[in-house]
Design a binder for this molecule. Structure first.
Ligand code: ADP
Ligand code: MG
Length: 616
């Protein structure tokens, strides 16, 4: 091969950084390299399987799908070869030589945050796999031939620091061969027993034969095809780690063998904690779909509804035809049936936890509740079951304890006809909202909606056991006027005061009315009957810059000393002070609601008041 045909490519800056981190931080688990290479080979073989379904024009179509490892103890060399899809030149440059996925960038971020000893399990989770090989070697050679007939073979060489070289190769077999010599301190990996030990640990479930030389070493066992009783907890856990890239025991699992209307086998897991990729990352390939042990895909959006996407595992059904494109698989009637059965089984499991193992259920709810709740908006046939599974903190419960709607209703006072809630970004803020005062004083329980998603889902619940769900921040809730009957203000004075508020605030507010709900605060803002929940309005503002917040109704606490003092000042003709005070009260209420746009005037007025109060 002439030198002219060798092309040199620089790694990108972030790639160099990643390589550095991998080689220098993960050295405590060098054996990881093997898991990563096997998993890439297995991916490549899976890709070939799928490719073969739609393309007859491939190199050596009859060639066995397999992984072969060659070891040379004398020279400390290693190679791993697969008969998979192979790589084009572009693949070598763009798939292997750059950080393509957001997952990998997250990985780097995560490592930086962790500072100390990074968590090794992160590697597999974020798919930075291949480069872990540079932990154990100084130079890697890849020779690869893409499976499509007529493809050219390429050779890739790199020492994993600055750059890599690409040149034509004379490889004539489909697939990829990766070879290197172990660094002196890792020469043990060139020994067969060592490699076998690692394979046993990491790659037992790989669904392709793995050979060392001519000896087949893995069992190629699809756990889900065994009988439930024959699978030990350890095997299940190993399998879970393999599937989910997680290292903690799952919170729970289902082992299903369904026969009847639709036939399938499945092992599903609910993890303890969400992966870093919970929202949005499409690389979260942790629900594997098989058709009779033949892998179909691991990113299917239809085996489970969106709101159950925290579930990991494997689903295998002969009823899903293999030789079809994704679109057909999705609309296949078997798919819909499988989804229904799985959804029902998962809901059963969650109900059982909610009933019999509160701690487990809370743990689940804390970690996955936000996603789970969205089922209320999307899964009409199971809406009521999901509503029963909702849990809330409330104004009557100690922190950390939660209630179901059923329990809430059972505690309602005989004359209470509505279920009350208040929403806000955080418990500390919600608890101090002036609109709660009346409810606290009268021991009426209020649900705290502090999860952002609540405000999108709760309006869909509408009512529970015939009781409407109402935000206490709205004007139209039923409040007995009691406390404020004690006010000593005459009707005439009341009118005068309210007229003054209206005059000062003008069209800043929808209305000004005496309040029945305030106890300790002088004023509060509530939303008119037509308005949206305040928290929802805030979300809308984030989504849509042009969204205008509905005008608020200002409620005044006529028995509050400030209001009474104001009335006296007004009657004494102290207009300037009263005007300032009204603005101040109004903006103070805005501040509490999180709507204060410009604090400058507020602070100036406050300074005037302080100056007045501190005069000698
Ligand atoms: P990931 O497997 O998560 O994509 P890796 O770093 O392990 O990340 O691999 C990067 C990419 O290199 C793969 O996505 C694939 O495109 C390519 N690749 C690696 N090994 C092989 C292989 N044996 N056969 C074909 N392509 C491979
Ligand atoms: Mg990989």
């Amino acid at each position: 091969m002439s030198n002219q045909s060798v092309e040199k490519y620089e790694f990108k800056a972030d790639m160099k950084q990643l390589l550095h981190i991998i080689v220098h931080s993960l050295y405590t688990h060098p054996e990881i390299f093997l898991r990563e290479l096997i998993s890439n080979a297995s991916d490549a073989l899976n890709k070939l399987r799928i490719f073969r379904l739609t393309n007859s024009d491939i190199i050596s179509p009859e060639e066995e799908l397999k992984i072969t490892i060659q070891l040379d103890k004398e020279n400390s060399t290693f190679s791993i070869e697969d008969t998979g899809i192979g790589m084009t030149k572009d693949d070598l440059i763009y798939q292997l030589g750059t950080i393509a996925s957001s997952g990998t960038l997250n990985f780097i971020q995560k490592l930086k945050e962790q500072k100390g000893q990074p968590d090794v399990n992160l590697i597999g989770q974020f798919g930075v796999g291949f480069y872990s090989v540079f932990m154990v070697t100084d130079e890697v050679t890849i020779e690869t031939l893409y499976a499509e007939s007529g493809s050219t073979a390429w050779k890739w060489v790199s020492n994993g620091t600055e750059d890599f070289l690409i040149s034509p190769s004379d490889r004539n077999k489909r697939g990829t061969k990766i070879s290197f010599k172990f660094k002196e301190e890792y020469k043990e990996f060139a020994e067969e027993w060592k490699i076998k030990e690692i394979l046993n640990k990491y790659s037992n479930f790989v669904d392709f034969p793995i050979y060392i030389g001519n000896e087949r070493v893995n069992k190629v066992e699809a756990l889900w095809h065994k009988k439930k009783e024959e699978v030990s907890d350890e095997e299940l856990f190993e399998f879970y780690k393999f599937i989910a890239g997680d290292y903690q025991q799952p919170l729970g699992h289902l082992f299903l063998n369904i026969e009847g209307n639709v036939n399938f086998k499945a092992i599903l897991f609910i993890p303890q904690t969400p992966p870093n990729t919970l929202f949005g990352d499409l690389r979260d390939k942790t629900l594997h779909l098989y058709s009779n042990k033949v892998f179909i895909r691991d990113d299917d959006k239809d085996i489970l509804p969106e709101y159950l996407r925290f579930v990991k595992g494997v689903v295998d059904s002969e009823d899903i035809p293999l030789n079809v494109s994704r679109e057909v698989a999705q609309s296949s009637p078997a798919m819909a049936k499988i989804r229904n059965v799985l959804t029902t089984r998962i809901l059963n499991l969650l109900e059982e936890w909610a009933q019999n193992d509160k701690e487990k259920y809370y743990k689940f709810y804390k970690n996955f509740g936000s996603i789970f709740k969205t089922g209320i908006n999307t899964d009409f046939s199971n809406k009521n079951r999901i509503i029963e599974l909702l849990r809330f903190e409330t104004s009557s419960l100690p922190r950390g304890e939660m209630t179901s709607l059923k329990e809430y209703v059972s505690r309602m006072k005989p004359d209470q006809t509505e279920i009350y809630y208040i929403s806000g970004p955080h418990l500390d803020i919600v608890e101090k909202n002036p609109n709660l005062e009346y409810f606290k004083k009268n021991n009426i329980e209020v649900l705290f909606l502090t999860d952002t998603i609540d405000i999108f889902t709760i309006p869909y619940v509408r009512e529970y056991e015939g009781k409407a769900l109402k935000s206490i921040e709205k004007a139209d809730i039923k409040i007995e006027s009691n406390s404020n009957d004690e006010t000593k203000i005459s009707q005439e004075q009341k009118d005068k005061l309210i007229a003054k508020f209206k005059q000062v605030l003008g069209d800043k507010v929808e209305n000004v009315v005496p309040s029945s709900r305030l106890v300790d605060s002088p004023v509060t803002l509530v939303v008119g009957e037509q308005g949206l929940d305040p928290q929802l309005e805030k979300m809308m503002q984030v989504l849509d810059k042009d969204f205008t917040v509905s005008k608020r109704i200002l409620e005044i606490n006529l028995s509050h000393p400030i209001i009474n003092n104001l009335l006296r000042k007004l009657e004494n003709g102290n207009e300037a002070l009263v005007n300032d005070a009204i603005h101040q009260l109004y903006e103070g209420a805005l501040l509490i609601e999180g709507y204060m746009k410009n604090p400058v005037d507020f602070v100036k007025r406050m300074n005037r008041f302080i100056e007045e109060a501190t005069k000698i």
